[in-house]
Design a protein around this ligand. Structure first.
Ligand SMILES: Cc1cc2nc3c(=O)[nH]c(=O)nc-3n(C[C@H](O)[C@H](O)[C@H](O)COP(=O)(O)OP(=O)(O)OC[C@H]3O[C@@H](n4cnc5c(N)ncnc54)[C@H](O)[C@@H]3O)c2cc1C
Length: 431
């Protein structure tokens, strides 16, 4: 940690995934751009080391955005933190280019993120969870600072950090089907590889995957290939996987300019973004993965094998433990027939809810203004609109789908968004 603990930090970041990593770099580059630009900053991350969706780093899973949408390039194309700079440092740039592919594997992108975080690691405290943010008891004497409670990996509370601005970037929240709890045999996709590696593959003779999105399709493909002795069931709530639209016109909704169009648009135009373009990201699958799965299923027909079974129009409605078996209740098929399926493991690739900072904000929440629908009011610069009693900046990286649109939880816009947050903090500091 670069700064002494008793200091008041200009910026405290909560969570250190790609969004706040991108912010740490933007702060670093701003500091290097002129004398007096240094801001004190620290980031708290509850994982013991850097990790980006580690449990979904399946072999051959690829990125869903171009490598040029890295941590920096759209903000500063000359940055030394770009994916291209990483490839150069790794000695792989010519070979990467020979591949002629915009979409590296997630494993390679993870290497890039680790390489970038190592260069700003002195600003990051791993194994530390921020459990609450509050205003000092006497706001009259210190209306411009916030207090953050930080718990270390042992669960020992006690560290209190002072901040002028906090940037909350705690990520998506895994969502399970109603009536379904996680346990050793019922997993959410966000814990997939960790749980899978802890299980003896010989015990996995019947496995089921619930969901219609990218993670569901990837896990189905992985289990089918990795468990050649197993029966694999894919419970898909739609009639079949739908393709993610990544064609050029539709892709424009992820451009930095689309944030303005969304933010300053009417309710009606904002609705159109979701109505027409939800299929760019939500409950959809890359065409290549769909074709690979269909090819496997067709090959089974050719060879008279039936190890991969797609249960279309099928929802998981409950799970029971019967001896060592997991009994999954399903509502299935065109007439919504209720049936049960015994499996050794059920993987729920049933998605995520948006980032929700209310718990973290605790009492401070009463200073944060909300719209008629009860959602946070957020300025264009990602700062929550607060009442006059609170003069500190509370910025959100995530959880702003209602104000800033579809890129809120994605990587597409993190470089530009982080730059805008730094600009905002600087402007308000000098105002
Ligand atoms: C499997 C998968 C693949 C994806 N692939 C893509 C893709 O190709 N392209 C794309 O645009 N998007 C993708 N996404 C969307 C995803 O949201 C972004 O990739 C990215 O993770 C967003 O970064 P983030 O930093 O906002 O959140 P996260 O990466 O979720 O990071 C949040 C961090 O905050 C930490 N944290 C949470 N609470 C606390 C706390 N109280 N105190 C301290 N630390 C805390 C967490 O441990 C975590 O490390 C993918 C999502 C998944 C699940």
């Amino acid at each position: 940690m670069r700064n002494r603990e008793h200091e008041i930090y200009d910026v405290v970041g909560i969570g250190f995934g790609p969004s706040n990593l991108s912010l740490a770099i933007a702060l670093e580059e701003y500091a290097a751009s002129g004398p007096g630009n240094e801001m004190s900053a620290v980031f708290f991350e509850r994982q013991s080391s850097f990790g980006w969706h580690r449990n979904m780093l399946l072999p051959s899973a690829t990125m869903q955005i171009s490598f040029l949408k890295d941590l920096v390039t759209f903000r500063n194309p000359t940055s030394s933190f770009s994916f291209i700079a990483f490839l150069h440092a790794s000695g792989r740039l010519p070979r990467f280019v020979n591949n002629q592919d915009f979409f590296p594997t997630r494993q390679e992108f993870h290497q890039y993120l680790e390489w970038a975080q190592a260069r700003v690691a002195d600003r990051v405290v791993y194994g530390s969870e921020v459990t609450s943010i509050r205003q000092p008891s006497s706001t009259a004497t210190s209306p411009d600072r916030l207090l953050l409670e930080v718990t270390d990996a042992t669960g020992r509370a006690g560290r209190v950090i002072e901040a002028r601005n906090v940037v909350i970037s705690t990520g998506l929240v895994p969502s399970m089907p109603a009536g379904t709890e996680r346990d050793e045999r019922v997993w959410h996709s966000s814990e997939f590889l960790e749980k899978y590696r802890r299980t003896d593959p010989r015990e996995l003779r019947r496995v089921a995957v619930a969901g219609a999105g990218q993670s569901a399709a990837e896990i189905t493909r992985f289990l089918y290939d990795d468990l050649p002795h197993a029966q694999v069931f894919a419970a898909v709530p739609s009639y079949g996987y739908s393709v993610a639209d990544d064609t050029p016109f539709a892709n424009q909704i992820f451009d930095p300019g689309a944030v303005d169009d969304y933010y300053f648009g009417t309710e009606q135009t904002r609705g159109a973004f979701w109505r027409y373009h939800r299929n760019t990201n939500y409950s959809v699958v890359d065409g290549d993965v769909i074709r690979e799965l269909y090819r496997r299923s067709y090959d089974e027909d050719v060879h008279g094998v039936s190890r991969l079974e797609f249960l279309n129009l099928t929802m998981v409605t409950g799970v029971k433990r019967v001896g060592t078996e997991t009994r999954v209740s399903l509502q299935s098929g065109p007439d919504a027939e209720v049936r049960e399926l015994n499996v050794d493991v059920l993987v729920c690739a049933t998605g995520y809810d948006a980032m929700e900072p209310t718990g973290l904000l605790g009492d401070l929440d009463r200073f944060c203004l909300r719209d008629e629908a009860g959602r946070y009011r957020v300025e264009r610069d990602y700062r929550i609109v607060t009442s006059p009693e609170s003069r500190c900046g509370i910025y959100l990286q995530g959880g702003t789908e209602h104000t800033h649109g579809l890129t809120s939880s994605l990587l597409s816009n993190i470089a530009v968004r982080s730059g805008e947050i730094v600009d905002s903090i600087v402007a308000r500091r000098t105002a």
